[in-house]
Design a protein around this ligand. Sequence first.
Ligand code: AMP
Ligand code: MG
Ligand code: MG
Length: 304
Amino acid sequence: MAQSAPLLIRLVASSIIAANRAGKIVLDVMSKGDLGIVEKGKNDLQTEADRAAQRCIIASLSKQYPGVTIIGEEGQSSCNVPPEWIVTDSDEQVLKLNCPEELQSVNESDVVVWVDPLDGTAEYTQGLVEHVTVLIGVAVKERAVAGVIHQPFYNHKGDKVGRTLWGIIGIGVGGFSPKPPPEGKCIVTTTRSHATPVVQAALDSLNPDEVIRVGGAGHKVLLLMEGKAHAYVFASKGCKRWDTCAPEAVLAAMGGKLTDLHGNFYDYSKDTPHENTAGVLATAKASEHDTYLRKIPSDIRQSL
Ligand code: AMP
Ligand code: MG
Ligand code: MG
């Protein structure tokens, strides 16, 4: 049965299971208490959870889809992983979806999977666990077309911990109930740990009613999808393709839009540079994207 579904559908169905397994690793590392923090660069941390979750995802997906290019934040991971980290099940609901015609004949060689095994590492190390997501984005040729966003710590003080959202352009979203942000207001979300004067100037130019400063590109796009913010603005380099591929696709599948600060979509093909050098502008409604773009002064946009 599973083999009869088109590749894109199978890949998303497998990515949901892999993201859930990786999320369990992220929880386990935190509960053991030894985060194994390494400084990759200035203001750029990696923990044992980032490393282990990436190995889990890459080993699980590459075993099932050997011809798909998978690019993970933590570099080349060894596929020599504990057997219990390799998961090859599929989400049954997603497997039943009808694939849009234009994506039905996608081949493994057309696909690049962008993996951020733990988005919001700075916040994870500070105990702000609600900011953490596991991101698996699927690009076909250069475009982000599908994504999985797992929140390992969602409802972590309750009974049923964690949730997984997905989106496929042309199909829609699942795992949550989308909500529009309030009419007649301007609530903007942005970085909490990578602020700069230019980031602040871009925010000021929008004259927002409220600014929500949280960690992680995944978490910020979730705020847009849950109706808590209208726009995500980050006028700086620093975000990478693995931060935005899954969020961009899930947001677009819901009717939103994510681009750089010039209004261009990022290219997610396998030889593209990794850094999102022209910043990030995402809006809950695609129809409002241009309005936000035009409010950001051109000297700020040109500085990126
Ligand atoms: P933030 O909104 O600051 O949580 O950033 C979103 C994503 O981009 C996270 O994965 C960050 O690690 C990454 N990021 C943003 N700015 C930088 C930076 N200056 N250096 C390293 N990573 C960054
Ligand atoms: Mg990240
Ligand atoms: Mg990360």
